[in-house]
Design a binder for this molecule. Sequence first.
Ligand code: ADP
Ligand code: MG
Length: 629
Amino acid sequence: MDKQTLSFQAEVKQILHLVTHSLYSNKEIFLRELISNASDACDKLRFEALDKPELYEGQSELQVRVAFDATAKTITITDNGIGLSADEAVANLGTIAKSGTREFMSALQGDQKKDAQLIGQFGVGFYSGFIVADKITVESRRAGLPPEQGVRWTSEGAGDFEVETISRPERGTSVVLHLREGEEEFLSGWKLKSIVSKYSDHISLPILMQKEEWDAEAAKQVVKDEWAPVNKAAALWARPKSEITKEQYEEFYKQISYDTEAPLAYTHNRVEGRSEYTQLLYIPAKAPFDLWNRDKRGGVKLYVKRVFIMDDAEALMPVYLRFVKGVIDSSDLPLNVSRELLQESRDVKAIREGSSKRVLSMLEGLAESDDAAEKQKYADFWKDFGVVLKEGIGEDFANRERLTRLYRFSTTHDDGSVQNVSLTEYVARMKEGQDAIYYVTADTLATARNSPQLEIFKKKGIEVLLLTDRVDEWLLSHLYEFDGHALQSVAKGSVDLGKLEDEAEKKQAEEVATAFKPTLDRLKEALKGRAKDVRVTTRLVDSPACLVAEEGDMSGHLARLLKQSGQGAPKAEPILEVNAEHALVKRLESSAHFDDLANILFDQALLAEGGQLEDPASYVKRVNALLLA
Ligand code: ADP
Ligand code: MG
């Protein structure tokens, strides 16, 4: 192939711009990224060579070399891994194939500091070289191709890059960074070594650098032609716990997660028994920008006997724990395990169950800690990840009970602005004679807190859960009982406060209902086709009316959610409940505008629960007519 000039994909140009403009405060990560690529390339070779050992070309000792040339002002990272063909160089270094890129781009805000954090989370990879270099040359040959099919890729990190065919006897890749003016601090063996040990100690291949010697005559360090490893080259998770410091655990987390913050908690164990594996799992302190995306694969890497097998092995964690990062290293799985095989494997199932339990234990450790700081960590965790953890109740049957105890809710106990009440706490506060756990669902906290159905509960001082997350309706379809107490909607069925209501109250309610019967019949007639029934209620104190769903029918809130998400919901008419003590309702009997008033009561009840009027114009007309009457 003759020399060709090609243009970067638009997203790459954007990333390049960001890299050179926002990542300035953390320049040294370029070395971590390039060493990580070199190590990935060796992992890939090792993996392909399982079937085709000839790819080693007689050299199976994989390694990475880091060198610098103070005169030429270059740093070179060389690996003898899988290498790149010319086509691969064009595709992999000119475009971004990662599926999350578009989402990532749209998450960028143009705020340098925040973007730098995001980009760190996403991982800029190869392009980070341009933080310190104004020109990068990559020379490579793919394992298995003849020496004449090597490739040279060059770019100054602006709009385009050049590729040409070269002859290259050695397999693998060299990345040469031509440093920018002012970046000479990286032309030091000491500096480079310290970066390697900070970021890349755990890389399980040897990272070699040339030895240096003090030349007294010249009064400077001279580089010798003798290479020695500068990293420990032992996978962190394979080392004994007692030898690993908190800093090392945290640094490893940052490397695998691209998070700039330390994790909230971690757990490191060697599991023995039917299935043998090591797990090192982390819970991040902050939610990633794409947490909501259930299709995003998990953050757990799979190794088999220290050999890297795959990133994002989603079969190792349930979907609701997709925020967990870490490594699982199995001793039992075959090295050539595929994603399909993982889904079926009993060993993987055992690993997933064991790992889920570990994660829940970590969370329980925080939630139930006596230490206020730890407890606060759980509150912070819940704020970011609670919605996702709620998905677990339907997904992880075995851990239902434990999950339920970890859930936190807004309630009427305080102003409800934070989800901080556990069901255990709720139950401990239940009133004498209260059997059920009461809840209300709504789109917003304000709607929930002010819903008319709550009035009697407020009056009697009974706590009610305020459920406003979209997943709550779904949660409720799986969580119907806790500690022997049924969960009961305040907007479903007739209120039966059971032993909480005294005999006198009950009797009075019955009398009112009888006396009010003729009006109820007229209301039913006026609201035919809108309300399936009209009845007198004791659940209202200040409001004239409210809507409730018949026991077994879908709540108005759930029907609206389904409609918003484009799913049709069977239309069930609600029941209108009226407060016979309310002045507006009393006026009904003698009103000359009975039908208008009846419909207004219904429409207002619908508005109060956050619903939408089917025919707002008629509502306005009716109200106006009454205002003028
Ligand atoms: P990532 O490592 O997350 O895939 P990078 O931007 O770091 O993204 O690298 C982009 C791609 O370039 C890699 O996926 C790989 O295909 C290729 N690449 C980079 N460095 C090397 C290398 N040293 N050897 C072989 N391929 C490489
Ligand atoms: Mg990379």
